[in-house]
Design a protein around this ligand. Structure first.
Ligand code: SF4
Length: 507
């Protein structure tokens, strides 16, 4: 018969554990601990604590900072996950000196951070500078749209949200009526009805609170954009993975070791964020002893989402050697002439036959005497609107008469869509800075421009892959711009600490 060793779960075992020995030199947790202990100025947190005479002793901010940084580095974003790690994981227990902060302390610490995160970010940047991790000659800017901690279900114009509230109210009345009927039903049915009723009640209350004296949210063109009843600072915007209700998280990266110089979350499009990102980076660089003119003559690369007259003007003012292509630059690049072929081959997608391109401006002639354009059919296009602006240029709009286009034999070739009623023509108007766009086109199409712009991909894209995939920051867990901004900066901080860990040697 088999004989086994005794199983005694009531025995007492004493394991000598040195918390200090758990933080082994050469590990990320050791780097975090050393950095927080010796290089970060934690006095910025002092103003939060007013318990010197009364009140219980608080958990030291360095404990909270250490466990949060390590948790973020390991892809743990939830404060409950961090709390559990501080109870079960010996590394977290060592970092927290066995104090095991609870989830509400952790969440409150993160969400109440404001200028502190900026200060510790600058401290870390100074360490990067001292360790020689910054090159300071080429920078890349990019962003990623991350969902906020809200649902798209709560988005809409003010009228749409009012309509939604009315519908919910109707539903609530129906559920209350059903509930009255169900009173004689078994307890389990009544409980289910009550739960539904409560849910609808909360939803109606939420919308009522939100809609009270609420003004419509306006976009940059003055038109109403969708509000969100849960986090009204977040915006709905298209991204590479569908429409996202959230924020645009930006990072400006140095080329040498991909250290992040500035990180911020915005509720706006990329092309509106270049200036605030440069200002933010300048603030951080001045804090570590650089000159405010630091960017002069340096290279900056950013993708075509940042291409706008405004962005190019900012770069010119900063004397930056910027490489920001327009959206058509690949079409002009002979190296991408057969890109459609590879798309079909690799992904097996069947592309529709290319449409004949509509007539371009060059196909229309201007009649200066009558101030109209003449189309290839000899019909007049009169001025419809003057001095319209988009992010690239100022232009006048001309249009043809509906009746002329309706019977035109060239319709299919002239109009971009079959159901378009008439042809519109946009004519660029000379502005004070019309050449910045053309200068950038020429610059990006040059051999040197292509070579420098190609560096962007290797500098900035891996940073987002590291944060969003490896560190699993694919969704903000907080609400409001201020809080998600803190969360994004903490991730940028963790990224920079990982660079210090890999390429530097803290002393
Ligand atoms: S579609 Fe209209 S604008 Fe175009 S060629 Fe015909 S008439 Fe002219």
């Amino acid at each position: 018969m088999a004989k086994f060793k005794p199983l005694n779960e009531n025995q007492l075992v004493m394991l000598p554990i040195s918390l200090h020995d758990q933080l082994v030199e050469g590990t990320l947790e050791h780097t975090i601990s050393e950095l927080v202990e010796k290089h970060l100025d934690l006095s910025v947190f002092d103003a939060r604590y007013k318990n010197d005479e009364t009140g219980a002793a608080a958990i030291h901010p360095k404990i909270l900072l250490k466990v949060i940084l390590l948790a973020y580095a390991r892809g743990m974003i939830s404060s409950r996950q961090i709390e559990r790690a501080c109870q079960e994981n010996i590394i977290f227990i060592a970092l927290s000196y066995g104090h095991a902060p609870d989830h509400s302390t952790i969440a409150q610490f993160i969400s109440s951070m404001q200028s502190e995160v900026q200060s510790i970010f600058s401290n870390t940047l100074l360490v990067c500078e001292e360790l020689g991790l910054l090159e300071g000659t080429h920078f890349s800017l990019d962003g990623v749209k991350l969902s906020a901690n809200v649902s798209k279900e709560w988005s809409g114009s003010i009228d749409e949200l009012k309509h939604k509230r009315d519908k919910l109210q109707e539903k609530l009345q129906r559920v209350i009526a059903e509930h009255t009927q169900a009173d004689k039903q078994p307890e389990v049915v009544v409980a289910r009805q009550m739960k539904r009723e409560r849910r609808f009640q909360l939803q109606v209350e939420r919308l009522n609170d939100f809609l009270k004296d609420r003004e419509p949210k306006r976009g940059s063109n003055g038109k109403e954009i969708q509000s969100n009843a849960v986090d009204n600072e977040s915006v709905k915007s298209p991204s590479s993975h569908g429409v996202v209700q959230g924020y645009n998280a930006q990072a400006l990266v140095d080329s040498k070791h991909q250290v992040i110089l500035a990180a911020e979350a915005f509720a706006s499009q990329d092309h509106e964020n270049l200036k605030p990102m440069l200002d933010d980076a300048k603030k951080n660089l001045v804090a570590i002893g650089k000159e405010p003119t630091f960017f002069e003559g340096k290279e900056l690369t950013a993708d075509s989402n940042y291409h706008s007259l405004n962005s190019l003007t900012v770069c010119k003012d900063e004397k930056l050697d910027a490489y920001i292509p327009d959206i058509q630059f690949r079409k002009r690049d002979p190296r991408f002439a057969d890109q459609a072929h590879f798309k079909d081959g690799v992904h097996g997608r069947q592309r529709p036959d290319p449409k004949p391109s509509p007539f371009t401006v060059a196909d229309f002639s201007f009649d200066a005497a009558r101030q109209v354009y003449l189309c290839p059919q000899g019909k007049e296009l009169s001025c419809h609107a003057r001095n319209q602006t988009n992010r690239h240029r100022t232009y006048d709009v001309y249009h043809a008469r509906v009746e002329d286009c309706a019977s035109c034999p060239l319709r299919a070739h002239c109009l971009s869509k079959a159901d378009t009623s008439r042809r519109y023509l946009s004519i660029q108007v000379d502005t004070q800075q019309p050449n910045l766009i053309d200068e950038m086109k020429a610059k990006i199409d040059s051999e040197q421009g292509k070579r420098i712009y190609a560096r962007r991909l290797a500098i900035v894209e891996p940073v987002f892959a590291n944060i969003c995939v490896q560190k699993r920051m694919h969704r903000f867990t907080l609400r409001s711009k201020r809080k998600v901004d803190v969360q994004w900066r903490l991730f940028a901080l963790v990224h920079n600490i990982a660079k210090i860990h890999m390429f530097g040697a803290l002393t």
